[in-house]
Design a binder for this molecule. Structure first.
Ligand SMILES: [Zn+2]
Length: 259
């Protein structure tokens, strides 16, 4: 059925906006073509066949037709709709953050690492559904791996300036330098802040663990707050303005993790 005017893509819905009376523009991160925007005609009508596959963070296969300005979604097949995430506010907030982060750190039609990023995102949503008391572990592992795929892996095992091993010494972190900084180099860096060795170790574990082990990581409230602050500062350096979904996520974090 496929010809030069149509193509297939497998991806995740990151974002959607209304267009006219009944249509939507959907932003999809695809394995094959990177991020793309496409029109889902009639998808706001109650009986539309496209409704399910244009819901945020749905994973689906799409057939698209090339349009003059925007491509048009013609057929869809839902692969995962993640019902567990949709009915849990804590998970929903984290999935929304993952979508916004991916949207904000990638450019349309940039296929650099798109297959790896697709697989990473797929793994993150599947893990979120199984996450225990520390769903932020899934989010932080995703952030660290996404930054790495985009070419911005933070230095965690060694000082980002002198490259000395820092695992057993008190450590700082510098967003501008790109990661951990040893006590000697810290004095030469303006933006550094102190991070406990335990938090650096947790970041390393989140980065290096296989999915099964990762779900068993459950740091103390103090360490999880420090890990969150460190990753946030690092990610914020890579996006031009704050992510909207972070505000909501922060409110949830304050209410759902009492000491
Ligand atoms: Zn150093």
């Amino acid at each position: 059925m496929s010809n030069l005017r149509t193509y297939n893509a497998t991806g995740f819905v990151l974002h959607r906006t209304s267009l006219g009376e009944a249509d939507r523009i959907v932003t999809i991160f695809t394995k094959e073509h990177g991020k793309l925007n496409a029109v889902a005609k009639g998808s706001r009508r109650a009986n539309s066949k496209l409704t399910g596959a244009t819901e945020p963070f749905t994973n689906a296969k799409y057939m698209l037709g090339r349009g003059r300005s925007l491509d048009v979604i013609s057929q869809t097949e839902i692969l995962h709709s993640y019902p567990t995430i949709r009915t849990d506010l804590d998970l929903l907030a984290r999935a929304s953050y993952i979508c916004e982060l991916l949207d904000r750190t990638t450019a349309a039609h940039d296929m650099t690492a798109s297959e790896a990023i697709y697989e990473l995102t797929s793994a993150a949503f599947l893990l979120l559904q199984r996450a225990g008391p520390y769903p932020d572990g899934v989010v932080h592992a995703y952030e660290l791996h996404l930054m790495a795929e985009l070419g911005y892996a933070p230095a965690l095992d060694r000082c980002s300036i002198c490259e000395e091993s820092i695992s057993v010494r008190s450590t700082s972190f510098s967003v501008a330098q790109g990661g951990a900084v040893c006590p000697d180099c810290r004095l030469r860096v303006r933006d550094s802040f102190v991070v406990s060795a335990e938090s650096i170790q947790t970041l390393i574990e989140l980065r290096d663990s296989d999915t099964q082990t990762m779900l068993t990581i459950n740091p103390s409230v103090r360490v999880s707050a420090e890990v969150a602050r460190t990753v946030r500062a690092y990610v914020a350096h890579r996006v031009d303005r704050p992510l909207k979904s972070l505000h909501f996520l922060d409110e949830l974090r304050q209410t759902s993790r009492p000491d």
